[in-house]
Design a protein around this ligand. Structure first.
Ligand code: 5AD
Ligand code: FES
Length: 353
C-alpha cells in the first residue's frame, strides 16, 4: 500500500479539494490496491449521504435529429448513416406511463438539438407530463438554448436540466467541436440554467482525444465554481461514422478514479453510473456504484428507436424492453448490496422531510 496515495486520498476527503499535482499522482499511481483505497473512501462518503440507495432516472431519447456536428457523437448532423426519428408527444407520454408503472419518479427527455421541437412543443410536452404525473420530476437534456427558452421550460414545470460541459478548457473544446460551438457559451448556458432555478447537471467524457490531466483539473475547478446538482461522467467510446472513429476509447479505470474523486470533493452531488461506463465494461455500472456513484439511468425509449440513438458504438440495452432494463438494473444493484429506491431522488439540499 502506497502511503502517499492514502495520504492524498484522505486529504482530498477532508478538504473536499484537490490540487493538480494530487490529481496527477492519483492517475499515475493507481494500482489495484491504491485504487481500492480511493474507491472505499468514496463509497464511505456516498453511503453516509445516500445510505446505499440508488436513484433511477428513466431516460427517453425522443429525437436523434441534431443540428450540431460534434466530432465524437454518432448523431452529429453530417452522419448520413444515422436513421433519424422523432417521437410524438403521445409516444413520449406512453414511455412515461411505462416508467410510472415501473416505479420511476424522474423522466429525462434527451434529444439532439432539433429545431422541430420548438419551445412551444417542449413546453407542451413538459406540462403534459407534469399534469399526468404530478409527483414526478421532469429533466430536460436538449442542448444549448437561450436563457429565455430555458425560462419557458422552467415555467412549464421542468425541474432539472442536463448539459455536460464536455471540457472546461477552450482549446480542448475546439478539438472536439466545430468552430461554431464554444465552451464559453456552453458554460454560460449552465450558469443561466442554475440562475433560473433548475437543478443542473454538467459533466465530461473521459479519454476524449487530446484530453490531458490538466484539462480534467480545469473541469473540477469549473464544477466547483458552478456547484452542479449532478455530474455525469463516462468514458469516450468511438463511433464508426465520426471523425474520431479510429481514436482509442477512454479508460474505465480512469472514469472510476474520477468518480471516486468527485464523490470525495462533492459528497452530496448526484453521480450516475452511466450507460457508457456499462458499455465499456459489462460490470462498469456496478463498479461505478462501488466507487461512489448513486444514480442509474435505465432506457425507457421505445425498443424500435433504441438502435437509432447511438452516440457511440456498442451501446448496451438497445435490444431490451423497458421492463427488462428495469429488472436487470435492480438485480445488478441488489447483487452488490445496494438498493434501488423509487423516489424522485432530488439533490440532498432539495430534500424536504
Ligand atoms: N462516447 C461517450 N459519450 C458520448 N457522448 C456523446 N458522444 C459520446 C461518445 N462517443 C456523451 C456526451 C453528451 C452525452 C449525451 O453523451 O458527453 O453530452
Ligand atoms: Fe438494460 Fe441491463 S440495464 S439490459
Amino acid at each position: 500500500m502506497d502511503r502517499e496515495f492514502a495520504r492524498i486520498t484522505d486529504e482530498i476527503k477532508e478538504k473536499q479539494e484537490i490540487t493538480k499535482e494530487q490529481l496527477e499522482y492519483i492517475f499515475e499511481n493507481s494500482d489495484e490496491e491504491n485504487a481500492e483505497y480511493l474507491y472505499r473512501a468514496a463509497r464511505e462518503v456516498s453511503e453516509e449521504v445516500f445510505h446505499k440507495e440508488v436513484y433511477l432516472r428513466g431516460l427517453i431519447e425522443f429525437t436523434n435529429y441534431c443540428k450540431n456536428d460534434c466530432y465524437y457523437c454518432g448523431i452529429r448532423c453530417s452522419n448520413k448513416n444515422a436513421e433519424r426519428y422523432r417521437l410524438t408527444e403521445e409516444e413520449i407520454l406512453s414511455c412515461c406511463e411505462m416508467g410510472d408503472k415501473l416505479g420511476f419518479k424522474t423522466f429525462v427527455l434527451q434529444g439532439g438539438e432539433d429545431a422541430y421541437f420548438t419551445d412551444e412543443k417542449i413546453c407542451d410536452i413538459v406540462s403534459g407530463i407534469k399534469e399526468r404525473f404530478p409527483d414526478s420530476a421532469v429533466t430536460l437534456s436538449i442542448g444549448e438554448k437561450s436563457k429565455e427558452s430555458y425560462k419557458k421550460y422552467f415555467d412549464a414545470g421542468a425541474d432539472r436540466y442536463l448539459l455536460r460541459h464536455e471540457t472546461a478548457n477552450e482549446e480542448h473544446y475546439s478539438m472536439l467541436h466545430p468552430a461554431n460551438l464554444s465552451g464559453a457559451h456552453r458554460k454560460q448556458c449552465l450558469r443561466d440554467l442554475k440562475e433560473i432555478g433548475f437543478q443542473v447537471g454538467c459533466g465530461i467524457m473521459i479519454g476524449t482525444p487530446g484530453q490531458k490531466t490538466e484539462h480534467i483539473y480545469e473541469d473540477i475547478c469549473f464544477m466547483k465554481e458552478l456547484g452542479p446538482h449532478m455530474i455525469g461522467i463516462g468514458p469516450f467510446i468511438s463511433h464508426k461514422d465520426t471523425p474520431f472513429k479510429d481514436e482509442p476509447n477512454g479508460s474505465v479505470e480512469k472514469t472510476l478514479l474520477l468518480l471516486a474523486i468527485l464523490r470525495l470533493i462533492f459528497p452530496k452531488v448526484l453521480l450516475p453510473a452511466t450507460t457508457a461506463l456499462g458499455t465499456a465494461d459489462n460490470l462498469g455500472r456496478e463498479k461505478g456504484i462501488l466507487a461512489g456513484a448513486n444514480v442509474m439511468m435505465p432506457n425507457l425509449s421505445p425498443v424500435n428507436v433504441r438502435k437509432k440513438y447511438l452516440l457511440y458504438d456498442g451501446k448496451i440495452c438497445t435490444g431490451e424492453e423497458a421492463a427488462e432494463c428495469n429488472m436487470c438494473l435492480r438485480n445488478r444493484v441488489e447483487r452488490i448490496g445496494f438498493k434501488v429506491v423509487d423516489i424522485r431522488g432530488d439533490h440532498p439540499d432539495f430534500l424536504k422531510n
